[in-house]
Structure formats: C-alpha cells, structure tokens
Ligand binder design. Structure first.
Ligand code: 9MR
Length: 446
C-alpha cells in the first residue's frame, strides 16, 4: 500500500473536505441579550430616544435589553427649556415603555455642565441661588419619577483629563462640594434610587479615574450617599484599556457598584469585516471585565443601532460604533456581547469552512495543510479539530499550535492569525508521519 501511495502524483493527493461551521437555521436557539443578562444578574441596557420607540426600534429595545437610559430626554435642557415650564413628554414615554416591558430605567442626568437650558447657563447667579436651583431641579426631576427609576446619574463629567475639577457652572459657583450636596439632595428626593457619579475616559486606571476614585473614597468616608460609579466607555476600536477590570475592581473595593453606562466603540468608516471582528473582540473584552467583577452591575450601550448613534455627527469620518448596523441587523459585536453574557456562538450569516489537504507525501511522512475560509461570516479565533483513523501522527506545525492526544488532533490559531474576516482565509501547515494508509479526515471548526 505504501509503495502505491508514494507513487501518486502531488495533484492527486490534494484532496479536501470542508465542513460547515454552525450553518445557522434562524438562530432560533439564541436567547435575547436580556435573558442572558438576567441569568447572570446583570444589566444590559441601551440609551433610547422616546420619539423613536415604535416599529423595529421599539421591538429590539424591548426584546434585547433589560434596562433603558433616556439619551437626552431627562437632561435639564430637555425638561425645563424655559424657567418654570416643564416638558416631561419624552421622558414619561420612555419610563412608561420601560415599565410596560419590565425594564429598569437609568435616569440621566441631573447635574452637568452641558445641555443646560440657556436661561440657566447664561444666568448670573449667586451661590445661594445656584444651590437652590440645583436642589430644586433634583427634587422636581427625581420626585416626578420617585420609586420608578432604579438608578440616577446624579453628577456627570465632573473631572478634567488631568484629574482636576472641571470649571463648570456648578464648580465655579459652589466649589467642589456641589457634588456632595447634589448626592444628598438626590437621596432625599428618591431614597430608592441608586445614586451614581458618571464620567468618560475613566475606564482604565489613569489620572482622571484616580481623581474619581479619591472623590468616591472621601464621599464614603464622610457618609455622603453614593451608590455607584458610571464608566461611560465611549471607546475607540482596538483601544479597550488593559486596566479596565482592575479599575472596576478598585471602585468595587470601595464599596460602590460600577456600571458601564454609555458603551460604544467607534471606528474609522467605512466598516469592513476585519474592523467589525476587532470591534466584537473589544465589546467582548468590556463585557468580560464587567462579568468578572460581581459589583459591576452591567453595561448600557449608547444606542443599539449605528443609525441612532451620536458618533458620526461628533467625530466626522467615524462611526459604526454600536452592536447593530444601520438596518438593525446584529453585527459581530452583538454576538460577542451575547457570548460574554453566556450565550452560544452562532455566526450571524454565512459560514466558515475548513479544508484539509495533503500537499506532499513520501514513504514515511507527509505535509498537510488546513485552509479556513469565511464567506458571510468571520472568526476572531479558531480551532480546527480532526481525528486520525490510520495512526497518523503530527510531528510539527506552523501558523498554528497543534496538539495530538491519541487519534485526536487540535490546532489553534497563532497569536497573529486568529482573525478570519468575511471573504478572507487563513492557512496553516503541518508535517506528520503515516504508515499503511493516509486517509483524509473530516475537520471541524470549534
Ligand atoms: O448622545 C447624546 C447626544 O444625542 C447629544 O447631542 C449630546 C449632547 O451633549 O449628548 C450625548 O450624550 C452624551 C451623554 O449625555 C453624556 N456622555 C457623553 C454622551 C455623548 O456625547
């Protein structure tokens, strides 16, 4: 038999076998994100606009998320555009929607330097007037929804990047203690709401997050009511801070909850499958960090669809930052969130296939290769598995790490070739020994 085999031409030895990886019927088995999050006792939320809560937008918001945050509807400029004249319509609509769908609401936001009504921002106020305005805004806004909102971002974006206090209307008028005063007023206005301070660029350990850490520590020491820290997480593709989990943990160790409050991960447009795969890996990293720390209550995405995101108008040329595309089709990031929350791996569409070939063979050995190709799907890591039925033994591999235990061979991607983009492929090779016969095995991807 061996002599027969060795006499064969190279071309006739190149045989292949491809196997579909999880060709999706309709993803019927996949649970909505909120069911996965509930099972882990985590929040998976989204920012919403009240005016959009119809049709597909409303269906996805209700089906996939167990919490909502009004993206703009509860900001001071929205609820009291003219002094003493309130407009609660959009905020009410969101709270009603949430209650109808069994969702938590995160109130956003009470004391901020931005999106204040011009009468407030442009007024000349004494400290006493400013204090009165702040306290009565908190009492009125929180009071309206008393007992109905799980959480409030009481103070938003209090710090500069270097950890000094932002020179805002509030800081300039009332000094640093406006934060403690606001929290105290908030506890009185709705004792059942969890009270947070919230900021951006505080996801990793850095000067700004350390300033926030020191503030929270001192508030706790003073007995000021503070229940949690919000890490907004407006992130850039490929730049999830390596210290995210460590940072979440250090806040948790102070005895407060932590929430990822405004998660999005923007990229330079146009999106392509490699960027979307990286984005999925980034979302996974953020969710994994939160899942790993018990006091991290969960994550809220700042809009679930790319068509609704604030990013393109603020960062020209950037976008595609959310887990759903412009047509509300789930992106790889959606599946990464699902997996981080314990869901199953199902590629959105299409498939990735593995093709095994013998490319050269001699009397005692052969060189093989496996090509992994994706069409309508992508991979961020891979493992190719097969069983040798005739005593073959892998002796050496390149562009993959292969192990063989008995007849079972398992080859994982190298550090540099885990990503297989939609329309792309990765090939790895190996040498192996054979005797008697050298049948082609079936390769599965896992
Ligand atoms: O997404 C919000 C956008 O629609 C508003 O125009 C903008 C105004 O400042 O605020 C955006 O939301 C911000 C949030 O309230 C606080 N953190 C940063 C968010 C993105 O700018």
């Amino acid at each position: 038999m061996r002599s027969l085999r060795t006499g064969l031409s190279l071309a006739s030895l190149v045989t292949g076998l491809a196997l579909l990886l999880g060709a999706p019927p309709a993803q019927a088995a996949d649970l909505p994100l909120r069911d996965l999050a509930d099972a882990k006792n985590k929040v998976i939320g989204t920012a919403v606009a009240g005016s959009k809560l119809t049709g597909t937008y409303a269906e996805i918001a209700a089906r996939e998320f167990n919490a909502v945050t009004p993206e703009n509807a509860m900001k001071w400029g929205s609820v009291e555009p003219t002094r003493g004249t309130y407009n609660w319509a959009e905020a009410d609509r969101i709270v009603d929607f949430a209650e109808a769908n069994g969702q938590q609401v995160r109130g956003h936001t009470l004391v901020w330097h931005s999106q204040n009504p011009s009468w407030l921002a442009n007024g000349a106020w004494t400290a006493a007037e400013l204090r009165q305005l702040m306290n009565s805004h908190i009492a009125t806004t929180m009071g309206r929804y008393q007992g109905r909102l799980a959480t409030w971002d009481v103070v938003n974006e209090a710090f500069n990047e270097d950890g000094t206090y932002r020179q805002s209307l509030w800081y300039n008028g009332l000094g640093t203690d406006y934060i403690a005063e606001a929290l105290t007023a908030a506890r009185a206005a709705d004792p059942s709401a969890k009270l947070y301070i919230n900021d951006y660029n505080v996801e990793g350990v850095n000067a700004k997050s350390t300033a926030m850490y020191n503030l929270v520590r001192s508030l706790k020491e003073r007995g000021v009511p503070i229940d949690g820290v919000g890490l907004q997480a407006h992130l850039i593709l490929g730049q999830v801070p390596a210290t995210l989990q460590q940072n979440i943990q250090r806040f948790a160790d102070l005895g407060v909850d932590v929430a990822i409050t405004e998660l999005d991960i923007r990229m330079t447009l146009p999106a392509d499958s490699a960027k979307l795969a990286q984005q999925a890996a980034d979302y996974r990293q953020v969710l994994n960090a939160c899942v790993a720390v018990p006091r991290c209550v969960g994550a809220t995405v700042w809009g679930f669809g790319d068509a609704d995101s604030w990013v393109p108008s603020t960062f020209p040329g950037q976008g595609a930052a959310t887990p759903y595309d412009e047509g509300y089709a789930p992106k790889p990031a959606y599946h990464a969130i699902a997996e981080a929350l314990g869901g199953t791996t199902t590629p959105p569409t299409g498939a990735c296939t593995a093709t095994y070939s013998v490319v050269n063979q001699w009397n005692s050995g052969f060189t093989g290769q496996v090509r992994i190709a994706c069409d309508g799907a992508s991979l961020s890591s891979w493992k190719a598995n097969w069983t040798y039925g005739a005593g073959q033994q892998v002796t050496q591999a390149w562009n993959a790490t292969c192990t063989q235990s008995g007849t079972a061979v398992s080859c994982s991607n190298a550090s540099y070739n885990g990503t297989v983009p939609d329309g792309g492929s990765v090939t790895f090779g190996f040498n192996a020994s054979w005797t008697g016969s050298n049948p082609v095995p079936t390769v599965t991807l896992g």
